[in-house]
Design a binder for this molecule. Structure first.
Ligand code: ADP
Ligand code: MG
Length: 347
């Protein structure tokens, strides 16, 4: 009978959808750290401490002094598309790192997740645990303030993913890089990253609360970055460029110190790095890479940060304008400093 052949449609359960979403949100330990630190920043934390073991594979622990989560909301925090950050009515006006409500349920689907939190003004803390998508009911816990999120055994249930992780060292480096970028986005917040593998305790990254962006950039890129870089200030068709771009003499053999931010969010974007390369084209040898931190700000209607769940890709309404702004802005600054490019400087 033909019913036997007909594939029927069914709704997947939450555990399955979380596992599917996790594939996009959590690629490696660094992506988990990024999500957890963004949550801490969204909770207005002033100090964020990250501990990892085995490159983040066996342990990631993020401790913050932010506003915490109400004990009654802990379970909801683990459910998909549940967020305190937007109400869904205005997706263009987003001022937080998160808004999709996907990180915690995804992490709970691919690791053993424990959240301990004490909401501002609450008389006690509460803790909730989820492993393999199964949630244990919340219970009282001891914590003075803020939130501690602990993720153990990332990808323990998905050996295929586990196999694709790189060496402990390169995973730890990716974690450091993710944290460095967030630290450059939020200069006033203090960050530490420690490797606690095998009962040890080694500082991998540290940034004390800085009083401004320049101080934070110097702390991360190098004490001499300020003296060897130019301040950028340019605007075109509603997009504003600020930040610092190094003199050609301060270039590097790789692109590690190229940082891009769009509306306060660290991003990776081929078009933007291409524009930076274009800006230095006449003053840098082919095998040299510019050192720069570029901050772009514009009306959210001009840029879509929602291209991918990890939100590190962006799409500008007019990419040409942004490209032109970067090329002209950097060239103009270089020209003012006497590094006149051989082509005419476009304004
Ligand atoms: P999103 O960040 O997109 O809202 P998440 O799954 O990352 O989604 O987090 C779900 C909710 O849990 C957040 O909206 C927030 O209310 C709460 N939350 C998560 N982490 C923290 C934290 N460190 N401090 C306070 N609240 C948090
Ligand atoms: Mg989040």
């Amino acid at each position: 009978d033909r019913n036997m052949m007909l594939p029927r449609i069914r709704q997947l359960d939450e555990a399955a959808t979380n596992r599917i979403a996790a594939g996009e949100v959590v690629e490696r330990p660094a992506s988990a750290v990024k999500e957890l630190v963004e949550n801490a920043l969204d909770a207005r934390a002033r100090r964020i401490s990250v501990e990892i073991a085995d490159g983040g594979r066996t342990l990631i622990r993020v401790t913050d002094d932010g506003h915490g989560i109400d004990a009654d909301d802990l379970e909801l925090a683990l459910s998909r598309h549940a967020t305190s950050k937007i109400d869904g009515s205005d997706l263009l006006n987003i001022h937080t790192f998160g808004f999709r409500g996907e990180a915690l349920p995804s992490l709970g689907a691919v690791g053993r997740l424990t959240i301990t939190s004490r909401a501002e003004g609450a008389s006690e803390a509460a803790q909730i645990q989820v492993s393999g998508g199964r949630i244990a009911p919340p219970r009282p816990a001891a914590l003075r303030a803020g939130t501690v999120v602990e993720l153990r055994d990332l990808f323990h249930a998905t050996p295929a993913r586990l196999k694709f992780l790189k060496s402990e060292r390169s995973e730890a480096m990716a974690v450091t890089d993710a944290l460095r970028r967030l630290a450059m986005a939020e200069p006033g917040v203090a960050f530490t990253l420690r490797d606690v593998s095998d009962g040890g305790d080694r500082v991998l990254f540290r940034a004390d609360a800085a009083s401004d962006r320049a101080e934070r950039l110097a702390a991360i890129i190098g004490r001499d970055f300020g003296a060897n870089s130019l301040t950028l200030e340019a605007e075109r068709d509603g997009v504003r460029l600020s930040g610092q771009a190094a003199l050609p003499t301060y270039s590097r053999g790789n692109a590690v110190h190229q940082y891009l931010f769009v509306n306060g969010r660290p991003v990776r974007d081929r078009m933007l790095t291409g524009a930076l390369r274009g800006a230095y084209m006449d003053v840098l040898a082919k095998d040299r890479h510019a050192v720069a931190a570029l901050y772009l700000d514009c009306d959210p209607v001009l840029v879509d940060c929602n291209v991918h769940p990890a939100k590190t890709e962006v799409r500008f309404r007019d990419a040409g304008v942004v490209r032109g702004l970067i090329v002209a802005g950097v060239r103009h600054a270089l020209a003012e400093a006497g590094h006149r490019a051989s082509t005419t400087v476009a304004d």
